[in-house]
Ligand binder design. Structure first.
Ligand code: CMC
Length: 435
């Protein structure tokens, strides 16, 4: 695997003094000159630990996969700008890039694609697995459970060869699992994968076709889904990727680690936001269509409403993925000739928020989920499947991080510390003497 060399030099030190003790902490620099002080000796030298709720200042690893500059709105996979990949690449090419570190040659891409096609089917017994789940189950926990269950079918010890098979199986079976999770809840028969189709068209076929008749796949719709998956493919140490790393750091198998990542992604502050954006837009449309009223609610600290699809922990100018999607959104809706009511409300929300002091002062801009939901909606993807499509997109990123962590010579089990605020030592009280 070729990876970009990390120009890491120890250039500076940070000195910390605390209660008569001191320590000099070396500073590590990354290839884009990001600096981080190395805290390995902090506790043993000073007794201090760091306190960083939400990990806003914590670098948990070194990584050569994805670079983000949130102030400049930059996102690059393995050095390639997201805008170029979105325009010129395909999802499978990007998956290879994330996993292998370089863009594939024609021959590499052809054999990667062929290998994936050999593993797209699920074991027939999974039909019984799905039938045990309620019909109204949200597809996200269905996907998490199914991916976790793959660990029961493939139990060989994780040699390099076995890990390669698990990676291919996961990439191959994820669209099948995603489509089955949907077919299960609408009561239609599962569709088998079709090897003559490309990765994304195959997903569209399994999701929308029925055994009764041929289903004509719209290449433009398949390309829009492929593009969305490219934009979601990795985002360095976000909540779900950090979860995959943390679970994997105990040497839990790949399937179990990815299943945990899917659960982390489901939450509405993370991948689940795309579903929440459409629900918010539909709510506004149902009420009186007033974006202003909803913005006022989002600013009110006594109201739990947030402007879904706005704000990001890292991006403080704009989310470059949202910029690509804003353009795609108008194109897709224009081409499909769909009603643009939800897009109109979205544009109005964005216009108000971008001028509003509350959002401007907090640097809250539209994120990737703001437009992706509108596009999925226009493409006829059911709302509860939006986050499942995010999952399919994020899969190669999760796997690349899991592999990078397992091969890192500095690899240790993840184990944060805490500042204890509970009761100090006290004697046990017999039950008859309590209360
Ligand atoms: N609407 C209204 N106010 C907001 C919003 C929002 N969407 N986002 C942040 N704020 C306010 C927040 O109340 C706080 O105000 P104050 O300083 O007065 O207390 C300030 O902005 C900072 O917010 P925060 O919650 O401390 O920021 P964070 O970095 O912890 O959270 C976030 C980032 C994405 C969870 C948050 O912006 C949010 O909840 N956004 C809506 C959900 C969303 O769209 N999530 C998708 C993220 S992008 C895709 C992905 O990575 O999964």
């Amino acid at each position: 695997m070729a990876t970009q060399a990390m120009s890491e030099k120890l250039q500076q030190e940070v000195e910390i003094h605390f209660e008569g003790k001191s320590v000099k902490l070396p500073v590590h620099r990354g290839s884009e000159d990001e600096a981080g002080m190395d805290l390995a000796k902090l506790r043993s030298s000073t007794g201090l630990i760091t306190f960083d709720p939400g990990y806003g200042n914590t670098g948990a690893c070194k990584s050569a996969i994805t670079y983000i500059d949130g102030d400049q709105g930059i996102l690059r996979y393995r050095g390639y700008p997201i805008e170029e990949l979105a325009e010129k690449s395909t999802f499978l090419e990007v998956a290879w890039l994330l996993l292998q570190g370089e863009l594939p040659t024609k021959a590499e891409l052809a054999s990667f694609s062929a290998e994936i096609k050999q593993h797209t089917m699920l074991h027939e017994d999974f039909k019984r697995f799905f039938s045990a789940l309620p019909k109204d189950a949200h597809p996200m926990p269905v996907c998490a459970a199914t991916v976790g269950a793959l660990a029961t079918y493939y139990q060989d010890p994780e040699s390099e060869r076995q890990i390669h098979s698990s990676v291919i199986r996961l990439l191959a079976k994820m669209p099948t699992i995603a489509a089955c999770s949907y077919k299960h809840c609408i009561g239609q028969p599962f569709m088998y994968p079709r090897n003559e189709l490309d990765y994304t068209s195959n997903f569209v076929q399994m999701m929308f076709a029925t055994p009764c008749e041929d289903y004509p796949i719209d290449p433009a719709a398949a390309r829009a889904i492929d593009l969305l998956m490219i934009l979601h493919a990795d985002h360095e140490q976000n909540c779900s990727t950090s979860t995959v790393r943390l679970v994997g750091s105990s040497q839990a198998p790949l399937f179990a680690s990815i299943s945990a990542g899917i659960s982390a992604l489901w939450g509405s502050l993370h991948g689940g936001a795309n579903q929440k954006v459409i629900e918010m837009l539909e709510h506004i449309a149902r009420e009186d269509g007033s974006a202003d009223k909803y913005v006022a609610r989002a600013k009110d600290k006594n109201d739990t409403a947030r402007l879904m699809g706005f704000g990001h922990r890292i991006y403080k100018s704009y989310d470059p993925r949202a910029a690509v999607l804003k353009k795609t959104c108008a194109e897709v809706i224009g081409r499909l000739g769909k009603s643009s009511k939800l897009l109109e409300i979205a544009m109005r929300l964005e216009e108000i928020a971008l001028k509003d002091e509350y959002f401007v002062s907090r640097k809250l801009y539209p994120n990737v989920d703001f437009y992706s939901g509108v596009i999925f909606n226009a493409l006829g993807i059911p709302t509860n499947m939006f986050t499942v499509l995010f999952t399919m997109g994020r899969l190669p990123g999760w796997i690349a991080h899991w592999l990078e962590m397992r091969r890192d010579p500095d690899f240790r089990i993840g184990r944060p510390r805490q500042i204890y605020t509970g009761a100090t030592k006290r004697p046990y009280v017999a039950i008859e003497r309590r209360g």
